[in-house]
Design a protein around this ligand. Sequence first.
Ligand code: C2E
Ligand code: MG
Ligand code: MG
Ligand code: MG
Length: 286
Amino acid sequence: QAKKQGKDRFEIFEPALQAVFQAGLQLEADLRRAVVRHEFELRYQPIVHLRTGEITGLEALVRWQHPERGIIPPLDFIPLAEETGMIVPIGEWVLREACRQAAQWNLRRVGEKPLTVSVNLSAVQLDQADLPQRVASALEDSGLPAECLVIELTESLLVDHRPSTLHQLEQIKSLGARLAIDDFGTGYSSLAYLRRFPVDIIKIDKSFVDDVGDEPTAAALTLGIIQLGQALHLSTIAEGIEDLEQLNELTDGNCELGQGYYFAEPLTDDDMSELLFPAAGGSVGH
Ligand code: C2E
Ligand code: MG
Ligand code: MG
Ligand code: MG
């Protein structure tokens, strides 16, 4: 009887599983085409000095411009891109394009401090033995000074790191680029990473920032992370600032930098150009 029930259940679920499987195959085929046809775009979110409001840098965030489905956000295709290895060519394009665009903007910022550009890296990319050379080549070809490049790593990336990971990161650092830990505080051993890896910047996860204004525990943890950063001489960037209350709490807590919808959403290159060069009147001088 139980066996029969089990069989019936299997038959009920099978078509659904089949559909999921088909959709996955379709997405994979689409993604392969996207890599060949360059269907990716970057958005740029400003990173702001909290006390002065000055834009000090940008985070590059990838989007997939799917011909039928429109814009697909990274969380809907990065995992598949990682599983299939397609993140390697995609990530390389992101890195090169972000460096190229940042270098171009910096050329127009005469007499101003150059902007940094932050690029998110996948574990699969770190497994590529030639990653440091690829980073070096992206810097060289774009003319972006290495000090202007920030490589963002998530804790999950560092969790099951290979012995080669540290070596790779040290080589990237020796070029002059900097390393940030993304989504800090959400992993199980955030503190251990600060000892093991040559980190320069801590990005306080949005989940802490969300509640910093109205939940004492979140506020205490956020302030604790900021103080930890200060003690270790690291920069702190608060992620996902959405309102003035959060901004005030973070500024009072001496958090140096932040990003979030309160300042700006991730912007297209054209919109970012307008934000950076309001007097230039759009595309003049391109
Ligand atoms: P992340 O690196 O932590 O990036 C921050 C995410 O938070 C971005 O989502 C950004 O749009 C969003 N965000 C920023 N401010 C706010 C805010 O005030 N409120 C809310 N609700 N959200 C905010 P996005 O662009 O969808 O990216 C999601 C994740 O995808 C990124 O998280 C990053 O882990 C990954 N990702 C994005 N681009 C790339 C890439 O080029 N390569 C790799 N490997 N991963 C990427
Ligand atoms: Mg990031
Ligand atoms: Mg993050
Ligand atoms: Mg995240």
